[in-house]
Design a protein around this ligand. Sequence first.
Ligand SMILES: Nc1ncnc2c1ncn2[C@@H]1O[C@H](COP(=O)(O)OP(=O)(O)OP(=O)(O)O)[C@@H](O)[C@H]1O
Length: 630
Amino acid sequence: MVESTHEANLQSQTLTFKAETKQLLDILIHSLYTEREVFLRELISNAADALTRMQFILLTEREVVDPEVELKITLIPEPEKRILRIIDTGIGMTAEEMIENLGTIAHSGARAFIQAVKETQANPNDIIGQFGVGFYSAFMVADQIEVISRSYQPNASAARWYSRGQETFQVEPAEKTNRGTEVILYLKEDANEFTQSVRLREIIKKHSEYIPYPIYLGDDQQPVNRQSALWRQPAKEIKPEDYESFYKQLTLDFQPPLFHLHLVIDAPVQVYALLYIPASPERGLLSARQEEGLKLYARKVLIQEYNRDLLPSFFRFVDGVVDSEDLPLNVSRESVQATRLLAQLKRILTTRLIEALKNWAKEKPADYITFWQRFGRYIREGIATDEEFGELLTPLLRFPTLYKPDQWLSLDDYILTMPARQNKIYYLISDSVGSALNSPHLEIYRRHHYDVLLLTDPMDPFMMLHLKKYQNLEIANAATEELSPPDTTSEAQETEKKPLSTEDEARLISRIKSILGDRVADVRTTQRLDESPARLVGRQGDPPQELQRLYRLLNADQSIPQLVLEINPFHPLIHYLNTLPETDPLFRLSVEQIYEGMLLLEGLHPNPNDMVKRQYEILLHALKAKHQQE
Ligand SMILES: Nc1ncnc2c1ncn2[C@@H]1O[C@H](COP(=O)(O)OP(=O)(O)OP(=O)(O)O)[C@@H](O)[C@H]1O
């Protein structure tokens, strides 16, 4: 709380700033930050907020000061006196509100800035540009600031706030009959540029072009800013750089957006929307939009700063503006009509955005892949969780595949490459493309010349529980799918031809079982392997692999499931194993190594380091044998 040092009845009070405000002011007054022009953006934005709040009150109340006056911002420079006045006809402040609002740090950017200075010990001048610090940023250019304000409430009186930006500020009664706030900056000697009309015009254009109220400069009757809502203008009249500069002013993001969609729709609901996909999924500290949600206007009046009902949650990274003539102005009071309309709007916006993303992928595939790499997880999440729109997202998916591990294929691309006899879409879940390509599960697909989608995102197993079909084709897990070998013999079979005899097979299986014990559910042979000596698969009736992966992820469960070890009866390693005598220690070592190698490829090995020691032992045996031969 601020401390009062005034005498009881005196109308004028001198109050002390809170400690953190003092600290901020001290930095700002001594600031050498070169882009201090941003102070104007902050003051104009405060004025615009005050106007928006006024506009909202005017919807329901006429008993206010100056109900008919134009909602506007005026800048009056006085170069001879080195003064700049910023005047608005907004909601205004009472003396109490001034003490409350201009004595403490309200602005979230200012708070973050002070925090960053404390934590990083960085030079404040180097980092100040990353934070909008609100009202107080005016102390970068002014050594004295006066605020004269008259609240919209008819029985409130006008008040004056004054400070030199040091320990204290004063609040006292003032003469002002018209509604709103006037901020008077007594500029520092080196800040004369901010009384030059040309310079002010340039700053407004750069930072405040789309403030939805006219900004007048001096006596000029023409507003400096474009102000008319960009989203209400016909798309063909808008240049790409206008879309970009609007986005930057909306979000303060310094990177251009990846994509934008401008919608003007008349039926079944009237709506204008301008939606943006930012360059990065992370909102920077400097973002002007710290929360998720779209700005919602009803008939050009800002109704909600962050509306989360207009797009499904998986599209929460989308920024932008939605404006509808059909929405009642009391939409935030959740009337039934508004709820129904919002649901309708949501359907329209979501389906149109998905359509637009599909077209973008066709027209600019490289840009789309950048989007996919940065935002793909939201799309996967949508398929996994959204009952209403999830299915529509399927064409947006992209995957590397067995035959094209360095590319990103859509399901449609995949289908185009399917041989005529292939009747399912196959995928393999793995930790990385590298381990997928080494997976024994894929060998039979190579033999069939079937491509396989490689799924390596942690969200993928969850998604696949919901993605069972596409274009009438079943989508099947390559690891668990029963697929018989093609009629043609494989290379391995041609060279090694002989499988183990039935007796050898039975004997070897029982020897392997005696070593692995209940670490495996069973040991059996398989015909589907070529280069690999073995593979691990689930038992029939086990929960699907996707679900098991999900449990592991959610519970951080590190226990190894009991799986079936399938061995390749054509493989030389299996043949040699079979010939090793019962007593040879190399038998145990080899079985353990094969089993753990398979665990590693399945992403199930809790501690692969253990394998290194065993590998040395095996090498030693091999080298010794070689030496003895020579
Ligand atoms: N022109 C104005 N008219 C009416 N009130 C104002 C005006 N300028 C500032 N204020 C009041 O002073 C408060 C502090 O302004 P400041 O710029 O420091 O932070 P802020 O705009 O509230 O921060 P944030 O952008 O994080 O909401 C505002 O919230 C508002 O209540």
